[in-house]
Design a protein around this ligand. Structure first.
Ligand code: NAI
Length: 329
């Protein structure tokens, strides 16, 4: 099988090439450019393409891919909201994905954000390099003995709950389907979790019902000096309401790996650009906010798991042994 790999960063090439010797039937060509209607025709002569969360796999792109004989799209990620699935089915293109790779990678990053913003590590790193050894503005909170509120206790939320438990925190959570394996968690209604927690960490998927679940109304319920972390999806938080909450001194700290306007920024070096969004710029301006660029998944272990599952998916397709949970439909 010949696979054209779009939007290949060096770290993608490194982790896929590490695995590829175990897959003698697969040939991969790496392209810098991402897939779109303008670049889809490059797939001429290949059997499959490999794409990512930010790739444009809309109707036009899929039409061109089908015309070039592409039968398989290998998504090297869990998300697939960028794929026109109806069109793919119509054209007989199979879409496979990597449903889970390393929940611990994301949970560890969530705690990293919480601790960094709590102890102002982002400020201190810069300050000490300038020979400023003052402690003014660096006062943190002990997490030990405080309450962690986990929203969504699936794979990642469970890993985060265990980390918080290990820190000596009381762990409360909200999920429609409580995780029976976590006996140290006390499940409560969403409003109670938001009003009782000192650290709130979001780990539920984005759905129609929880769009902007963190808004002026829910922020008002939270304790003063709360730490909020979002490694899930930007749209869970109404950014303008969050900014108002920060300006009202509601938060001790806010750590965001995802935010509403991230799409044009994610994984791009935009240091020479004037960014279009003033909302993101305002978020970045606060001393008690840390933003990272959708990097929570980005560990060696997670990348190895993504590469392996993506290549396994290709082999399963060849052998007509597709795993149901990896099939997107
Ligand atoms: P999962 O499917 O194992 O768990 C999700 C949990 O959320 C389930 O227990 C479900 O019952 C619960 N849930 C669903 N709707 C809810 C609601 N409205 N309120 C509370 N709980 C709700 O998913 P997993 O693997 O733990 O991933 C969680 C999210 O993390 C993903 O949906 C994705 O948005 C995000 N993610 C972020 C990454 C990053 O790099 N920043 C990487 C991977 C995932």
């Amino acid at each position: 099988m010949r696979i054209l790999f779009y939007d290949a960063k060096q770290y993608d090439v490194d982790s896929f090439e590490k695995e590829r010797p175990n897959y003698p039937d697969l040939e991969i060509e790496y392209l810098d450019t991402d897939i779109s209607p303008k670049t889809a025709a490059l797939a001429d002569g290949y059997d499959a393409i490999c794409a990512f969360v930010s790739s444009d796999l809309g109707e036009k792109t899929l039409d061109i891919l089908a015309d070039k004989g592409i039968k398989l799209i290998l998504m090297r990620c869990a998300g697939f909201n960028n794929v026109d699935l109806k069109k793919a089915e119509e054209l007989g293109i199979t879409v496979l994905r990597v449903p889970g790779y390393s929940p611990e990678a994301v949970a560890e990053h969530a705690m990293t954000l919480a601790m960094s913003v709590n102890r102002r590590i982002h400020k201190e790193y810069i300050k000490v390099r300038e020979n400023n050894f003052s402690l003014v503005g660096l006062m943190g909170l002990n997490f030990h003995g405080r309450t962690a509120g986990i929203i969504g206790t699936g794979k990642i939320g469970a890993a985060m709950a265990k980390i918080c438990h290990g820190f000596g925190m009381k762990v409360i959570a909200y999920d429609k389907y409580p995780n029976k394996n976590l006996d140290f968690i006390e499940y409560k209604e969403l409003g109670d979790v938001l009003s009782e927690a000192d650290l709130i960490s979001l780990h539920c998927p984005l759905t129609d019902e929880n769009y902007h679940m963190i808004n002026a109304h829910t922020i008002a319920k939270m304790k003063d000096d709360v730490v909020l972390v979002n490694t899930s999806r930007g749209e869970l938080v109404d950014t303008n309401d969050l900014i108002q909450g920060i300006r009202n001194h509601k938060f001790h700290g806010v750590g965001l790996d995802v935010y509403e306007e991230e799409r044009d920024n994610v994984f791009e070096n935009r240091s020479a650009d004037i960014l279009e969004s003033s909302v993101t710029a305002r978020l970045l301006s606060f001393p008690n906010v840390i933003v990272t660029s959708h990097q929570a998944f980005f560990t060696e272990e997670a990348m190895a798991a993504i590469s392996k599952t993506t290549l396994d998916n290709a082999v399963d397709f060849i052998n007509n042994e597709i795993k149901e949970m990896n099939l997107v439909k």
